[in-house]
Ligand binder design. Structure first.
Ligand code: ZN
Length: 374
């Protein structure tokens, strides 16, 4: 493999990310020789721009697979241990949880991250779109990373340097397009590069692209739900608060209000007092919370939370036992409690979506409880 192809492979992702343009914004920019379109063009361009990411990822996947076949690096791209699916998935889940918690630490260390996070591109647009994008993005990005690392080994270059360059390339690619994958201020982009380094190390350690794929999907999906929920809970912190809570039902009001009040699906729980739908991010299953429409205090029965915790503990011990069996090493059983430790705080975010809890009125429950006591 020549130097040219090696560098081309590392630069492939950012080049695609910056070169595949969104047509509406690009046409306006070319006509007016400007990067700053008026708000209506900008809104349309952003809405289309999200979907352009799908084109970028599909193109990236095809090009990486073609390159890997051309240089016969397919098996190294997938990693030598990619046939150990169960173990790869586990390393992926642990890796994703680690990244998520590391991000929480980073947010504490660099307080400016909080205000940046309220402007992340994924706070706008349909949830389903972003979930599909995380899946597709995880697949093509990690395939690309796997190929770059395989090419580094093939050409006997220094792997540490390579991981750093691949990660810078990865962070740069996430800045491309309108909207980018990230908002794009310095601390934000720096964390994306750290994510890249971590995923690169995970690929080398686990020897499987499945691990990095699972870690990427897990981390970005977790961050998505976490930040959407945070944005929904504190509308006063968003840069342009809109009277979203007062908009009558049925008015097709688009983006700014979606940031504050993510759409509640047909299956989502309803407020027992006013009947308005509650989205996952508005429901707090541990503490009483306020209905965004009628401002009454609501809560989820503690039984729901308890059941999730029990399921997590059973699942993590089962996984520990499975590892011990699969790898024929009894020590691996100890992974059970470790997985449980991470799983218990994160599982409710996902459970809420798939098993909508029953929401009750807090005040009437409290009075009922008092009557029962008498
Ligand atoms: Zn209500």
């Amino acid at each position: 493999m020549s130097d040219f192809f090696y560098y081309a492979a590392i630069l492939l992702f950012p080049v695609l990310s910056f070169l595949i343009l969104e047509p509406v914004g690009a046409r306006w920019g070319a006509q007016h020789k400007s990067f700053y379109p008026p708000p209506d063009i900008k809104a349309r361009s952003e809405r289309n721009g999200r979907y352009v990411w799908i084109i970028k990822y599909v193109t990236l996947s095809f090009l990486v697979i073609w390159l890997a076949m051309h240089f016969s690096l397919i098996s190294q791209t997938f990693g030598p241990h990619s046939n150990e699916v169960l173990l790869s998935v586990t390393w992926g889940i642990l890796g994703g949880m680690f990244l998520f918690l590391f991000r929480a630490g980073y947010r504490i260390a660099i307080p400016r991250m909080r205000s940046i996070e309220y402007q992340e591109p994924f706070l706008k647009g349909p949830t389903a779109f972003w979930l599909i994008l995380y899946f597709l993005g995880g697949f093509s990005e990690e395939l690309w990373r796997g190929f770059c690392i395989a090419a580094t080994r093939e050409t006997q270059r220094d792997i540490t340097h390579a991981i750093i360059w691949i990660s810078i390339s990865f962070a740069a690619a996430h800045l491309g397009g309108i909207p980018g994958r990230i908002h794009g201020e310095v601390p934000d982009a720096a964390f994306e590069a750290i994510t890249g380094v971590f995923l690169g190390c995970l690929f080398i350690f686990s020897g499987s692209v499945i691990s990095t794929f699972v870690a990427s999907v897990f981390y970005y999906t977790g961050l998505f739900y976490y930040l959407r929920r945070l944005a929904a809970l504190s509308p006063q912190q968003t840069p342009n608060p809109s009277p979203a809570t007062q908009t009558p039902l049925g008015s097709r009001h688009s983006e700014p209000s979606m940031r504050i009040q993510p759409a509640a699906g047909p299956r989502s729980p309803k407020c027992p007092d006013c009947g308005s739908g509650l989205s996952d991010s508005q429901i707090d299953i541990v503490n009483p919370f306020e209905c965004p429409a009628c401002r009454n205090q609501l809560f989820v029965s503690p039984e729901y939370n308890k059941r999730i915790r029990r399921a997590c503990i059973v699942l993590s011990f089962a996984l520990g036992i499975i590892f011990a069996f699969v790898r024929n090493n009894i020590i691996l059983f100890l992974w059970g409690p470790v997985i449980g430790f991470f799983l218990v705080p994160i599982a409710p975010i996902f459970c809420k979506r798939f098993f909508p809890p029953k929401v009750e009125d807090y005040a009437s429950h409290a009075t009922r409880a008092r009557y029962l006591e008498l």
